[in-house]
Design a protein around this ligand. Sequence first.
Ligand code: 5RP
Length: 238
Amino acid sequence: MVSQTHAPRKPEIPSASELKKRHAAQAAIVHVKDHMTVGLGTGTTSAFFISLLASHAREKGLTLRCVATSDASAYLARASGLTVVNFEDVKSIDLAVDGADQVDGRKNLIKGYGGALAREKVVEYAARKFVVIADDSKLCAHLDKPVPVEFIPFAKAAVQNSLSALGAKSVRLRLGSDSEPYRTDNGLWIFDADFGKITGPAKLEGLLGAIPGVLACGLFSQNVHSVIIGTQKGAKEI
Ligand code: 5RP
């Protein structure tokens, strides 16, 4: 009889970027208190936070309610053992924690590369405290990445024209892996509009949000309480 031996499974070594995201997510746990209603963001950094939050709540015996900004985050949170309720069923959000695609020194953000910008804005602007968690590659002097803009497909041409009129150098319709227009959880489409260096994020956010047919844009210039930047060695809060 041949006996089989199995080599022990090698522990997975996190990449440098994963480590930084995890450090940022871990440092946000200090903001969590018993009986809070917590807004959960979307994306890889938020996924770390959701898992750590679930472990923390279990270890400390905390009673938490969570509101998710995407179907994916709701699924992950429930699978991790967290209680997820509908946004319409909560009176207030005590704390929201979410990642970002770009952060400047004044706590302005570009968000939405994960496609959840509208629900993120609704939940995070409603939160008493909104904490951003990001790895240090997201920090910049001036926002200059393309800004996601979620809109109703009916208004595609009109929204595209308005974005160009507001100074967008390029306006790209986001596509999914099937090469069809990417559909958000709201069933809408996204343009990624490149404005180059953004000198007035609050003003541009207002202008983009006012375009008829636009649901939300990925510029976030309000309500950020703090930004936690994850580095290889740990995290710093700004
Ligand atoms: C999703 C978002 C994310 O927070 C943003 O894209 C950052 O994602 P990641 O943590 O994966 O880098 O805005 O809509």
